[in-house]
Write a protein that binds this ligand. Structure first.
Ligand code: ADE
Length: 244
């Protein structure tokens, strides 16, 4: 039986799944049927004695390219593929908004490439949407698929079970999250310093605490992620500094 959120994963390394997603919150959710997955092993669709799935690139250059005919067969073996995604550093960046959108799709099919990538023709003919998890190159799409899945699973209904947490956290409001503190209120760290929790947090004044947290989030975002800060300013209609 499939869950409300079902993921097909086309890969040469099916044993990489569920991997870390079999633990903790996502592992519980998997056990409880909140999400399900099925791997499709690309090797099962290879032909010939060598069962090769790749070949040298037309036009020359380094590395190998995954063959379109084999990838097509793997895709076509899936009865209901839903939205098709190819994990690639060339893709649309994965953001919280995109993760939210993908968590609302009933079925996704994730294609994990290895080597230099996949022949462009099958990406076109099967209408894969390319998604990147960041500006760096991994040795294959599998860890990227795991990250995309993790970002979506915690957004599924009844998984985190606390809508407020998701609303408050980093990116949901376009800002980085304010810092967190817990007991002990005063703590002597290994460097010999006594570090106290900011006084306001123990004041019990919820309005002032909320204002302090908002200010912290804004200051952090401004200094660490000027790109996010600018986007946030533009969204709220405030002019950028230095512009009229
Ligand atoms: N495959 C290799 N690098 C990747 C990246 N940065 N994002 C998504 N898939 C990838």
């Amino acid at each position: 039986m499939t869950a409300r959120w079902h993921i097909n994963i086309i890969t040469l390394f099916p044993e990489m799944f569920p991997g870390p997603l079999g633990q903790s919150l996502s592992g519980k959710a998997l056990e409880n049927g909140k999400w399900s997955f099925k791997t499709v092993n690309i090797r099962d669709f290879a032909e010939g004695v060598h069962k090769s799935v790749d070949d040298t690139p037309y036009g020359g250059g380094a590395g190998m390219v995954m063959r379109p005919d084999i990838i097509e067969k793997a895709v076509r073996s899936i009865e209901n593929p839903g939205r098709k995604i190819y994990l690639s550093p060339r893709g649309t960046p994965l953001t919280q908004k995109l993760a939210q959108e993908l968590s609302e799709e009933p079925v996704l099919t994730l294609l994990c490439g290895r080597y230099e990538g996949v022949d462009q023709r099958v990406l076109d003919s099967e209408q894969f949407k390319e998604i990147s998890i960041g500006d760096y190159v991994l040795s294959g799409g599998e860890p990227a698929a795991l990250i995309l899945m993790d970002a979506c699973i915690r957004l599924l209904p009844e998984v985190v079970g606390n809508a407020e947490t998701t609303l408050e956290e980093s990116f949901s409001g376009g800002l980085l999250e304010y810092p967190h503190y817990t007991r002990p209120a005063e703590w002597r760290s290994a460097d010999g310093q006594t570090r106290a929790v900011p006084e306001i947090l123990t004041s019990g004044n919820h309005r002032n605490i909320a204002l302090w947290r908002k200010k912290q989030a804004e200051t952090l975002t401004q200094s660490r992620r000027p790109d996010l800060w600018q986007a946030c300013q533009e969204k709220s209609g405030k002019p950028e500094k230095g512009k009229k």
